[in-house]
Design a binder for this molecule. Structure first.
Ligand code: GLU
Length: 442
């Protein structure tokens, strides 16, 4: 394949969430795999809902994920091009003025349903005379503009879904321009895909029907027609739509929770594919494994538990050098606690335990036992101290198993689980350890 050009086209009406990041990744990974270009298009034709902050936020989110774009542009700066395309379609009779109000269209659809007919736009506006149009406009009605579909069948070979065939006579002619003159995404998207010479449109399968109409618009405007790949949507672990939860699954939220970008990318690139879900350490590695053939037709299940597990796995393999600017403590501290965190933010709990002053938990029946431990501790803790302490307490007190070490762990850390105690004891040092074993804050 000769250097594909793909694009990711978010609307800056919110921050990126796992759903649109998956689409972004499919584009990026394919481009990387094929030596292609990734274009970032900002779909901000909805001037009311789009903001510069969201646009910047989307760019920040992509950068955080390690995604780089070859070129970026926004639709709000290209209205001249869309106007020219609309004029061409109008001149060819493919874009026609309609004057029905929303209520009139609703009423029509209701009547069609009652008559057992599909609620397809009846194209009444095609029969309007110039005088009738002028009369509507004199009344203050501004036209919205519909694209005249061919009524035939549109077919394409979808790189994920295989052969696709859409009967255009089953669809209403899509509105391309609203009554207030603003563009819906349909036409600008085609104009931009032509101008940027996009070779592959890779997006969610909620766009399959749009693709039927857009292919007809491509054909009406140019000789350029990209290939299409529509990927199945993400659903939750319960198989239900994620739409209501997407806010909490934004990159901003996940980053705040301490989820690492490569945990997100690894999961989103692999779920719903024939590959195993495993941690990958770079987008290049994910790209080398990418192929449309591996993407299944069933919805991809996104389970936050998988994300946490992958994140933990990633952190457990992460060296101090990679995180040193983001974590408290030194290299020894990181190497000892990293196996006990799922999210980077969990490290703060261990930092509190090791670096700050606190007192652990000592049950009444363990007070004397812990005092014996405190007395035994040498001035300087070494790698051997913990096993020597345990051996000593075993002979002195006859305790064994959990009754032997758990009171010590609780007294020293306040936790039932954590890093190995010989490491912890060294991190704490003799002074802190002795004080905590005596029930004092240290
Ligand atoms: N802005 C559109 C969306 O987010 C783009 C769709 C497309 O990729 O063509 O749904």
């Amino acid at each position: 394949m000769s250097n594909p050009i793909v694009r990711f086209a978010p609307s800056p009406t919110g921050r990126l969430h796992v759903g649109n990041v998956r689409t972004a990744l499919m584009n990026v990974l394919f481009a990387k795999a094929e030596g292609g270009t990734f274009v970032l298009r900002i779909d901000d034709t909805d001037l009311e809902r789009s903001t510069a902050e969201y646009e910047q936020g989307i760019k920040d989110d992509l950068s955080w994920l390690g995604v780089k774009w070859g070129k970026t542009f926004k639709q709000s700066e290209r209205f001249d091009m869309y106007d020219a395309a609309a004029a061409k379609l109008k001149a060819e009779g493919l874009l026609y003025a309609c004057y029905e109000t929303g209520e009139e269209l609703d009423r029509q659809r209701k009547l069609q349903r009652v008559a057992g007919k599909p609620p397809i736009y009846n194209r009444a506006a095609l029969g309007l005379t110039d005088a009738e149009k002028a009369a509507y406009e004199a009344e203050g009605r501004m036209p919205h503009w519909r694209f005249k579909l061919s009524g035939g069948t549109v077919m394409w070979h979808d790189l994920v879904r295989g052969e696709q065939s859409i009967d255009m006579s089953s669809l209403s002619d899509p509105v391309l321009i609203r009554g207030d003159g603003s563009y819906l995404y349909t036409l600008p998207s085609v104009v931009d895909d032509i101008e940027a010479e996009i070779t592959h449109v890779i997006r969610g399968e909620d766009h399959v029907t749009n693709s039927g109409a857009q292919i007809e618009i491509f054909r009406a405007l140019s000789d350029h027609l990209p290939e299409f790949a529509h990927t199945p949507l993400l659903v939750g672990a319960d198989g239900k739509s994620l739409s209501k939860r997407l806010g909490s699954l934004s990159m901003v939220e996940l980053r705040e929770q301490g989820i690492e970008p490569m945990a997100i990318a690894s999961l989103l690139a692999k779920i719903g594919t024939s590959d195993a879900v495993e941690i990958r350490r770079s987008l290049d590695q994910l790209a080398s494994e990418f192929s449309f053939e591996k993407i299944g037709r069933a919805p991809a299940r996104f389970d936050e538990k998988d994300l946490t597990a992958l994140n933990a796995k990633l952190l457990h393999e992460t060296s101090y050098a990679e995180v040193k600017d983001r974590v408290p403590g030194d290299e020894d501290f990181w190497n000892i606690v990293r196996a006990n965190i799922e999210k980077l933010s969990d490290i703060n709990d261990w930092a509190d335990i090791v670096l700050k002053s606190m007192s652990g938990e000592i049950a009444d029946e363990d007070k004397a036992f812990c005092e014996t431990a405190a007395e035994f501790l040498p001035e300087k803790v070494t790698a051997e101290t913990w096993s020597a302490l345990i051996a000593h307490l075993k002979t002195e007190t006859g305790r064994k198993g959990k009754g032997l070490f758990m009171p010590l762990r609780l007294a020293l850390t306040g936790q039932q689980h954590g890093p190995s105690m010989d490491d912890m004891l060294q991190l704490l040092g003799a002074e802190k350890a002795k004080a905590r074993l005596r029930g004092q804050a240290a």
